[in-house]
Write a protein that binds this ligand. Structure first.
Ligand code: GDP
Ligand code: GDP
Length: 448
């Protein structure tokens, strides 16, 4: 089956070649760049977060001063658009909409071909007025993008998906407990915390865009990529449910409300959930609610204070948030609190490392022998109370499940163990077997 085709079009100098190179990446060798034959265009096999397609770059013909579309450029643009399943129409967000852009847009509107409008060179906060101007081209909201820096990749992925998606094949079942299984990661947080910036930063770097497949499950989109760990080993990551991550072109769309349904769905699919906080706003009640929910659902939680690059009074801010977390999340102390900047990339390697470590802890199984040697010591050091004079006799513990680690405690009247004593056991268990701050469950079984 031939690959779907994507054309890159736009006036000279908007960044078409840069985008082409980014999409084709290391596969540049496959470009059929035969001089004389395909002078006006380059083609290559592209991969974007696992989406595979053929890409046509129409950048071959340069005429910087042209105020209108010169003949050859028009001809090749038209041919590429007709041939392609979808076209990426680039404008330069910094330069704004030029008469030539408007002319191309007019022509595009007259065809019925699918078009994705991209406002390129919009890295950081650049090009906002160009983005607004581009909305008036009548081709839908532009995707703020940076071909040079790889920003906006998730949005491009999602815009392309309906056009280049091929037969949905069920991915082969992976053993989720294998350490090689992709880390299922969700990033949640209030609007404007920086979620989409973070994702783009994480996966926008070339070395990470190597995902073998874009998994499309029934009601969520996931993105596969690889994180190169500290030993240069590629580790698979599956970012689950990116629905909440779309970059909103319009400021008005960034409503100050959290889509609870989106968040819950992300949590549902994830092994590890990163709750992103905005360091310029601190910890709010809603954040604690999300955190609490993540732990209740038995997922491993990491909290990341984003925008650390612009945080004021950093150390008192950090300690304040830390204190509020320990107080607000009484059931699990010591949830990892990291500081990151999605914009500069600082702290992201540590974040990913902690995410993998946390998943390891969350998936860990403790052999029964080891568990019971610990158990005897723990009970000796702090014998259980005797409520109403009746002795409770815990006998043994087994781990019945991992992900999250779950234990069953058997013994006479253990169902009467006070919550404080259960908490003691859980905390000791956590410390002894390095469960960190992942939720640990304990069930009590007293024989009748
Ligand atoms: P083309 O003529 O449309 O193929 O444009 P090029 O890809 O050759 O890019 C034109 C110029 O814009 C080059 O100097 C690029 O480095 C620059 N450029 C491309 N993409 C970006 C971007 O995302 N941000 C910025 N700041 N410059 C870019
Ligand atoms: P989302 O709604 O959670 O997806 O948030 P966005 O990713 O759209 O980011 C909201 C705003 O915060 C944007 O203007 C970003 O440029 C800005 N932002 C995100 N991360 C950082 C960061 O690490 N530092 C700074 N200074 N700004 C950031």
């Amino acid at each position: 089956m031939p690959l779907p085709t994507v054309a890159i079009i736009g006036r000279p100098n908007v960044g078409k070649s840069t985008l082409f190179n980014r999409l084709v990446g290391k596969r540049l060798a496959l470009v059929d760049d035969q001089p004389g034959v395909t002078r006006d265009r380059r083609e290559g096999d592209a991969s974007l977060l696992g989406l595979e397609f053929r890409v046509i770059d129409t950048a071959g013909y340069e005429d910087e001063d042209a105020a209108t579309l010169p003949g050859r450029m028009r001809a090749q643009t038209e041919a590429a658009v007709r041939e392609a399943d979808v076209s990426l129409f680039l404008i330069d967000a910094r330069a704004g909409v030029t008469p030539l852009d408007a002319e191309i847009a007019r022509w595009l509107r007259s065809t019925d071909r699918p078009v994705v409008l991209m406002a390129n060179k919009a890295e950081g906060r650049a090009g906002e007025s160009g983005i607004l101007e581009a909305m008036a081209l009548g081709l839908g909201d532009p995707i703020p993008f940076s071909a040079e820096h790889g920003e906006g990749v998730v949005d491009l992925f999602e815009a392309l998906l309906p056009h280049v998606e091929r037969d949905e094949e069920e991915a082969p079942e992976e053993d989720p407990e294998s350490p090689d299984a992709p880390l299922k990661l969700a990033i949640v947080g209030r609007p404007n915390a920086g979620k989409s910036t973070l994702v783009n930063r994480l996966i926008g770097e070339d070395r990470m865009i190597t995902g073998p497949e874009a998994g499309i499950t029934r009601d969520s989109i996931s993105i596969d990529w690889e994180w190169i760990d500290f030993e240069d080993k590629p580790r698979k990551v599956r970012l689950v449910d990116t629905a909440g991550l779309r970059k909103k072109a319009r400021v008005e769309e960034k409503l100050e409300k959290l889509s609870v349904a989106d968040t819950l769905r992300s949590i549902d699919f994830a092994e590890v959930v990163v709750l992103l906080l905005d360091a310029t706003r601190g910890l709010e009640v809603q954040d604690l609610k999300i955190a609490d929910r993540v732990l209740q659902e038995g997922r491993a939680l990491i909290i990341a204070l984003n925008k650390w690059d612009v945080a004021e009074n950093a150390s008192s801010l950090f300690n304040g948030v830390k204190g509020a977390l320990d107080e607000g999340l009484a059931q699990v102390k010591g949830v990892p609190l990291l500081t990151v900047s999605a914009v500069t990339g600082k702290g992201l390697d540590v974040l990913m490392r902690v995410a993998f470590e946390t998943r390891d802890a969350w998936s860990r199984r403790v052999p029964t022998g080891q568990l019971n040697r610990w158990f005897e010591r723990a009970i000796e050091a702090n014998p259980p109370p005797a409520p109403g004079g009746k002795r409770i006799k815990p006998r043994y513990v087994t781990q019945n499940k991992s992900r999250p680690p779950s234990f069953v405690l058997f013994g006479t009247r253990v169902d009467l163990l006070p919550v404080s004593y259960q908490r003691y056991l859980i905390n000791e268990l956590r410390r002894e077997f390095d469960f960190g701050a992942v939720p640990v469950r304990l069930t009590l079984r007293a024989p009748k």
